[in-house]
Design a protein around this ligand. Structure first.
Ligand SMILES: O=c1ccn([C@@H]2O[C@H](COP(=O)(O)OP(=O)(O)O[C@H]3O[C@H](CO)[C@@H](O)[C@H](O)[C@H]3O)[C@@H](O)[C@H]2O)c(=O)[nH]1
Length: 459
């Protein structure tokens, strides 16, 4: 697809929450919008060095937040407040600057986790749009909490029945719903995404019609959501955005060459890829079981253990498994998933990782840790049937025997064949959604038309 030249008069600001799993989908959506002739500027916050993509479709504007050093001493609430205060001051300055330089901003697309940005956008005189980075099913659960339709705290034994969803057991719900005491304040924060949703001009969900059909129609009856996903770099699906192979902003440095060279030496579908996203922290006991489970399975494995987690790797594990495994602190996940040698993805089921595996037809072993991940794992195993989900023991640990068993189920035999077939089908459907005339493509097209119309009206 060619970028529309000379039409970039309409200007949109994108405000992601500054963590990897939230930046990636909003940046990818930015590229899709920019391709349709809109100027898009994405706000970044890190004082770390970003690795920027080279596509040039999207401009970046950096707001310096508190330095990492001073953030260390702050609690979560103080950090969030500081972040909000910074945005409240800087965002109007950015909008004013662009207005003066001839590119007035007409819309602010903010992460739904920051509902306060709506009022800010209105104050500056631009249209607010909210972008949800989690699945529609997860949003529907938080919406039910917001509406008071889900009785909380949840009774441990009960299974939950929600319109448009398969029967959900307690431990399929987001952890903030079933384990409220452990995360005080988290559930009310997530339900607050919907407090002012009726006043937003556009609502975007990173999913696609057929993937969550029933729950999507339930949500559509509540608010006018627009499905624009999956937000996977174009070269992995429709290939219309030339060179769009990567998200383009890495908060962690990937060990790209090491990973790709190592994968190149392995047979097709022989490697288990293990990664738990950018936030999840496994307990030491769990790391030990996982390490032993991988070792017992005897498959090759590529395991991402972030720097902050490295101290939990069992002693001598790296030396003892050097023939079979490679451990890295971060990898180019999309390139890894797309590599022919990767046979399965052991994942925490963050929504991006889930959509990436689904779009690249990589079977999953779902090992959810917290937040929305248990619900995504439920859909992976029981609804889309593109993987299996591990069982935890009475202490909440996934034991090595269970890990070995699940890996085997997904890598070889009858279940593995079924899963592979289903995965192929989902890849096809994901591609159809984003290619020209597909459901998500049409939704983006429609948004851009509406945006251009509203910009012309205000000119
Ligand atoms: O070595 C790695 C590991 C991950 N990634 C990328 O990092 C992103 C991780 O996103 P995700 O899988 O969604 O996990 P989290 O980073 O944990 O994301 C947070 O945000 C998501 C969206 O709201 C939620 O679904 C998750 O539960 C929450 O933890 C993905 O795009 C991966 O491709 C890499 O590039 N290299």
């Amino acid at each position: 697809m060619e970028r529309i030249q000379g039409a970039a008069e309409t200007h949109v600001l994108i405000l992601p929450f500054p963590i990897q799993g939230h930046i990636n989908p909003m940046l990818q959506f930015s590229k899709r919008v920019a391709c349709k002739g809109v100027k898009v500027t994405l706000i970044t916050f890190s004082d770390k060095q970003f690795t920027k993509g080279e596509d040039g479709l999207v401009s970046f504007e950096s707001i310096s937040n508190t330095s990492e050093e001073s953030r260390k001493d702050m609690g979560v609430d103080d950090r969030m407040k500081k972040f909000q205060d910074t945005v409240r001051v800087k965002l109007p300055e950015i909008v004013a600057k662009h207005g003066e330089s001839g590119f007035p901003v007409s819309c602010l697309i903010y992460d739904s986790m920051m509902p306060w940005a709506l009022e800010l956008a209105r104050k500056i005189g631009i249209s607010p749009a909210s972008f949800f980075t989690q699945s529609c099913a997860v949003c529907a659960i938080y919406y039910a909490v917001h509406e008071g339709k889900l009785n909380i705290p949840i009774d441990d034994q009960a299974s939950v029945s929600l319109e448009g969803m398969p029967p959900i057991e307690v431990y399929d719900l987001p952890s903030f719903v079933y384990d409220m005491d452990k995360y005080p304040g988290a559930l009310s924060h997530l339900a607050s995404q919907f407090l002012n949703i009726g006043e937003v001009d556009w609502i975007f969900y990173n999913t696609f019609d057929i993937l969550e059909e029933e729950v999507v129609s339930r949500m559509e009856s509540k608010c006018p959501i627009r499905l624009i996903g999956p937000t996977i770099p174009s070269m992995y699906l429709d290939k219309r955005l030339e060179d769009d192979k990567d998200y383009g902003l890495n908060l962690f440095q990937p060990n790209t060459e090491t990973c790709m060279e190592w994968l190149d030496t392995k047979e097709t579908c022989s490697v288990v890829y293990v990664a738990f996203g950018s936030i999840a922290a496994l307990g030491e006991k769990q790391m030990e079981e996982l390490a032993q489970g991988l070792n017992m399975s005897n498959y090759y494995f590529l395991w991402v253990v972030r720097e902050s987690e490295e101290k939990k790797i069992p002693r001598k594990f790296v030396q003892e498994t050097s023939e079979k495994g490679l451990l890295v602190t971060w990898c180019p996940q999309l390139r890894v998933l797309a590599h022919r040698s990767v046979g399965c993805f052991m994942t925490h089921c963050g929504w991006n990782s889930t959509l990436e595996a689904l779009s690249l037809e990589v079977p999953m072993v779902a090992m959810p840790q917290w937040t929305d991940q248990p619900t995504n794992a439920k859909f992976v195993a029981d609804v889309w049937k593109v993987g299996v989900r591990v069982k935890v023991d009475a202490e909440g640990t996934v034991r090595k025997e269970e890990i070995e068993k699940c890996l085997r189920q997904v890598m070889e035999g009858e279940t593995a064949n079924e899963i592979r077939k289903n995965s192929q089908n989902w890849k096809k459907l994901a591609k159809e959604a984003v290619e020209e005339g597909g459901s998500s493509d049409k939704n983006i097209e429609k948004f851009v038309e509406e945006l251009k119309c509203s910009s012309n009206v205000t000119k």
